[in-house]
Ligand binder design. Structure first.
Ligand SMILES: Cc1cc2nc3c(=O)[nH]c(=O)nc-3n(C[C@H](O)[C@H](O)[C@H](O)COP(=O)(O)OP(=O)(O)OC[C@H]3O[C@@H](n4cnc5c(N)ncnc54)[C@H](O)[C@@H]3O)c2cc1C
Length: 385
């Protein structure tokens, strides 16, 4: 067993950390208030290869491995969780499934612009009536000449307003109401309409849109086999969850860094508060839980990199890391006392940002269901988004 990162993994981690420290973290509070970061940031990330970290070089990526990508997501999320999710959805939920499930022609056509950061990737599964129960989706794709007529509405689609490529799921078998009969399509963002930009508790620098679609798309936009798209959605989320676990670790690490520094500086009763055992225990718990979450995350990332089954490991990493981030960002506020509750320090933002990691790419309840199904050997038609 080797707990060391490779030289290449360390190099990419350092690159992401230095970029995040210089170009992201100093602006994160401002972007939180402004509800967005400048589009040019994505071009800079693209120039550094961070929009296609684990995409092979022949498809325009940096050619690094999945562990490197997860390390990048932790660093970006430590600086700004909204930037972290933008890159996570773009990569894990759009670029990588196109690589994995697309034909060679589709890969060559759609992946390089994404990997270079020229377009931004989206994943459109959720609908107003279909979240955890994604198999209940009602967006339709009806055969139409040489292609499909796609019509419906999707909800809370990260990145849709940026412009780029959408991996969209629609029902191709109108007779079937379950997960069977769903297919996956590649759609350009100019084929969709943004109907709403969501106001959120946190993660404000990222963009979350409702979208509508009512258009013809060509036959070569079908990804994988007709009526078997739900498997693509589930496989995508299996990998995507590892990225969300890394996001949660990054947010918690940021909160811990602030709390630890503050505890050594703030004085009460003639002592730095770090001298009080109650505060020491909080910091010890934070440090331990962040370590545990990071190890679970890196194990899951390593399994995926090795091409080994990672459903259970990814769900455990996401579940533990997200609940840990919610707990420990709250503890960080407690260490800072009243200052922690104000916008003078970033820990209130970390607390707001952490909450979403318990919800998207599968709620904590659904992660427990996925883990239970794996350990009990039940693979039947249970919901799993
Ligand atoms: C900021 C943000 C960004 C998002 N980005 C995207 C995106 O890019 N693409 C996309 O497709 N979706 C996206 N989503 C949607 C997200 O994945 C869903 O919100 C999530 O899957 C949960 O679905 P729901 O909100 O409909 O909750 P529901 O499914 O309605 O669940 C409500 C509650 O019931 C529980 N529940 C449901 N079913 C079960 C069950 N079988 N057993 C036990 N408990 C259950 C849930 O855990 C939850 O506590 C995003 C959401 C947000 C808020």
């Amino acid at each position: 067993m080797d707990f060391d990162l490779t030289a290449e993994q360390r190099e990419i981690q350092t690159l992401a950390r230095e970029f995040a420290n210089a170009e992201i973290e100093p602006h994160a509070s401002e972007w939180d208030r402004a509800h967005g970061f400048p589009r040019e940031l994505l071009a800079k990330l693209g120039d550094l290869g961070l929009m296609g970290v684990c995409v092979p070089e022949e498809y325009g990526g940096a050619g690094a491995d999945f562990v490197s990508y997860v390390l990048v997501l932790e660093e970006l999320s430590r600086a700004d969780a909204g930037v972290g999710v933008t890159v996570a959805v773009h990569t894990s939920a759009c670029t990588l499934p196109l690589l994995q499930f697309g034909t060679e022609e589709q890969r060559a056509r759609f992946v390089p612009p994404l990997a270079r950061g020229e377009g931004v990737g989206c994943f459109a599964l959720t609908e107003p009536g279909a979240g955890s129960d994604a198999g209940a989706l009602v967006t339709r794709a009806d055969a139409d000449g040489d292609g499909w007529h796609v019509s419906g509405a999707k909800q809370w689609i990260t990145n849709a307003a940026f412009g780029g490529t959408v991996l969209l799921f629609a029902r191709t078998d109108a007779e079937t109401k379950s997960a069977r009969g769903v297919s996956a399509f590649i759609v350009d963002t100019d084929q969709i309409t943004i109907t709403r930009t969501e106001e959120k508790l946190g993660l404000n620098s990222s963009v979350t849109n409702d979208i509508a679609i009512d258009t013809h798309i060509d036959g070569d936009r079908l990804i994988g086999d007709q009526n078997h798209g739900f498997r693509i959605a589930m496989a995508t989320l299996d990998g995507g969850r590892i990225g969300i676990a890394a996001q949660a670790v990054g947010i918690a690490q940021a909160a811990y860094d602030v709390a630890r520094r503050y505890a050594k500086e703030r004085e009460a009763f003639g002592h730095p508060i770090a001298d009080f055992q109650a505060i020491q225990h909080k910091l010890a718990n934070m440090s331990m839980e962040i370590d545990a979450a990071r190890l679970l995350t890196l194990r899951a990332a390593w399994l995926k990199k090795e091409g080994r089954p990672h459903t259970e490991a990814g769900a455990k990493a996401k579940l533990f890391a997200s609940e840990m981030a919610r707990r420990q960002t709250s503890e960080a506020i407690q260490v800072l006392g009243g200052y922690g509750y104000t916008k003078e320090f970033p820990v209130e933002r970390y607390y707001r940002d952490a909450k979403i990691t318990e919800i998207y790419e599968g709620t904590s309840e659904i992660q427990r269901l996925v883990i239970a199904r794996e350990i009990l050997g039940q693979r039947a038609n249970a919901p799993a988004t």
